[in-house]
Ligand binder design. Structure first.
Ligand code: 6GU
Length: 226
């Protein structure tokens, strides 16, 4: 997979890709992440990328010319399977979206900023408008990092223990059960006996029951109840 990210503040998202799992995924050659500074395509000697919105709505909007130039240059180098735009008015991103997008070869993410991007860019290029939740961020960069992380960790070989993505919360429509590690007893608090029993089948049943209980308590909407 290759992910290209267009942003006016690429430095805001460099660090998540330079540590831990995301760094190792790139070192292993499983994913390439390329950050593109929109200001390089800015207009005039001030490299302007934004302007006031028509109609008087307060706030700056990213102009179409730099975005068209940047996107068209990238498209001349490869075809994109998806062009995402991060925006609070997009479809709310979930694990299903992550699963299907993790299979794509070339993904382009355009980070919204200020009051957003000129609608003509959305109309012309964007295939998926994505929000990461019902709250407002100051820019789409952190959302782009969240989405990239969710995709990259699903690429086969990225996680050490291949089964661990399968036991994630949401992967079976349920929240994950509680987990414990050593010591088996700590300050008088014991790990549930079943987990130290060695009965694989009983442990699996217990985990499933706990996952159901947690989901019913915390996210009944996932069980279609609410
Ligand atoms: Cl994708 N962008 C911004 N700016 N705010 C958000 C968001 C995205 N998702 C939730 N809030």
């Amino acid at each position: 997979m290759r992910i290209d990210i267009i942003s006016v503040l690429p430095e805001l998202i460099r660090s998540p890709f330079e540590a831990s799992i995301l760094k190792r995924a790139q070192q292993k050659g499983l994913v390439e992440v390329h950050l593109h500074d929109l200001k390089a395509f800015g207009m005039g000697k001030h490299r302007q990328v934004d302007d006031y919105s028509f109609g008087g709505n307060a706030g700056m909007v990213l102009r179409p010319e730099p975005l068209f130039a940047c996107i068209e240059q990238l498209q001349s180098e490869r075809a994109y399977d998806a062009i995402l735009y991060t925006t609070p008015d997009g479809k709310r991103f979930d694990q299903k979206d992550a699963n299907s997008m993790s299979l794509l070869e070339n993904v382009l993410i355009i980070c919204g900023h200020y009051k957003g991007i000129d609608q003509r860019v959305r109309d012309h290029f964007v295939t998926h408008e994505i929000s990461i939740g019902d709250y407002v961020l100051s820019g789409g960069e952190l959302a782009a990092a969240v989405i990239s992380d969710a995709l990259i960790r699903l690429i086969p070989g990225v996680l050490n223990d291949e089964t661990s993505a399968l036991t994630d919360s949401f992967q079976d429509g349920l929240l994950a059960p509680p987990v414990y590690t050593r010591p088996a007893e700590f300050r008088g608090m014991a790990v549930p006996e079943i987990l130290t029993s060695g009965h694989a089948q009983k442990i699996e049943t217990w985990n499933h029951e706990q996952a159901l209980k947690r989901t019913a308590e915390r996210r009944p909407d996932l069980l279609g109840e609410e």
